[in-house]
Design a protein around this ligand. Sequence first.
Ligand code: 2AM
Length: 173
Amino acid sequence: MPEPNKIRRVFFACWPDPRTRAAIIERRRLIDGLSPRRVPDHNLHLTLLFLGNQPGERLPDLLAAADRLSAPGFDLHLDRFGWFPGARVAWLGGPAPEAAQTLVEQLSDLGRALALRFEQRRFHPHVTLFRRVAARPDVPPPPPLTWPVREFALIESIPSRPYQVLRTWPLTV
Ligand code: 2AM
């Protein structure tokens, strides 16, 4: 039986197609050994908007609102490795295309329209590759990768389990 009142930890993300996932893994290999906390292959993703803990009974509204959203696809150019000192994560990332930024704004408008509580951070397109990385990696840039983003997804994070894709939505061409 589903538990409607359970707290669910969710976020909107770009979920890589198989070719893009393989290309991200290849680039992760270039900085292998940065920390023992490598993000598993099946969890690699790029967060658009982190909603965090939400009451389970709000999920149907969230899914229905995202069903009504219309936004164009975009290409993400991932051309650099980076590191966030606070989160101590090493990542593969790149600049934010305007269409990606607009999608993030549409998603946060949607969350606000549903009166969900979440903390909005500035959008820095990145795929986390390693966690618990003590210092900025001193590595040459990776071969650039173009990720054709043609859909987005709502993902659930459940402790000790692979991320669950709850639903995906196409972006327009
Ligand atoms: P990270 O990869 O930079 O750690 C699932 O936890 C996803 O949501 C991860 O991609 C993570 O980003 C992101 N995330 C976790 N907590 C967050 C927060 N408070 N604000 C923004 N993004 C967050």
